[in-house]
Design a protein around this ligand. Structure first.
Ligand code: SF4
Ligand code: SF4
Ligand code: FES
Length: 230
């Protein structure tokens, strides 16, 4: 039987099933926490760090990724403080610098208030979100791809970089990869990358249909709109 606990998110007391993550509860109640690597019903690995929130305990706050933070009775969480917005903007900047060609990443960065990117562009075309690997392992039990390497050499690869018999040709890894959303203005050339801000198209959808938030195309959609125009 489901057991419910009460948590306070952004000043509102919310009842939610024990075992849920703060991100899941926030999404359920329409509280917008930007997120990228989370996929509903798959494990969370806290890879993108966009979903950070402040957890307040005994008058002290600590920053945690909300997708990996299980709710506890009496927990107090703040999702949209100055500190969180500043840190999140920095995370979004780093994501753009990793993969400036990704429209999904650019969209998220624009919505997090990023105007310029202070970090060198690395053109990795992968933000190591692990969506592909978890889909492959958990949805299809295929284990046909995985992370290899450490630090800046970390990347996704097939075992021994060979065609894998384990692959079920399901295409989930491609479908769920944020890099596969068509860039807004075509692929950028190395050395000419910029945060184009042409993601207005999605913000316009939001203006025309305020009830449908365009923000969470990768976050499975929920209403809020409060990050538009930050
Ligand atoms: S297409 Fe192959 S590698 Fe990709 S998720 Fe499916 S089984 Fe895994
Ligand atoms: S290939 Fe795509 S889905 Fe896989 S880790 Fe990189 S960005 Fe994420
Ligand atoms: S770290 Fe939580 S959604 Fe990516």
């Amino acid at each position: 039987m489901l057991q419910y606990v009460t948590v306070n998110i952004d000043g509102s007391d919310i009842k939610a099933p024990r075992g849920s993550s703060v991100l899941e509860v926030a999404v359920e109640y329409g509280i917008c926490i930007p997120h990228l690597c989370h996929i509903p019903n798959l494990s969370d690995i806290g890879a993108c760090r966009l979903c950070i929130v402040e957890l307040v305990e005994n008058g002290q706050s600590k920053v945690s990724t909300s997708c990996t933070l299980s709710i506890q009775q009496g927990m107090v969480v703040k999702t949209n403080t100055d500190k969180i917005r500043r840190l999140r903007r920095n995370v979004a900047e780093l994501l753009v610098s990793e993969s400036p060609n990704s429209r999904a990443v650019q969209d998220i960065a624009v919505r997090c208030g990023v105007k310029d990117v202070r970090y060198p562009f690395r053109n990795n075309n992968c933000v190591l979100c692990g969506r592909c690997v978890r889909a492959c392992t958990e949805l299809w039990q295929a284990k046909a791809i995985g992370f290899v390497g450490r630090g800046i050499d970390r990347h996704v690869e097939r075992p021994f970089n060979l065609y894998s018999e384990l692959c079920k040709q399901c295409d989930s890894c491609v479908q769920l990869c944020p890099m596969t959303i068509t860039p807004c203005d075509g692929p950028m050339k190395p050395g000419e990358e910029y945060l184009c801000g042409k993601c207005d198209s999605q913000l316009m959808i939001q203006e025309e249909r305020p009830e449908s938030c365009a923000w969470c195309r990768l976050g499975e959609g929920f209403n809020c709109g409060r990050y538009a125009g930050v």
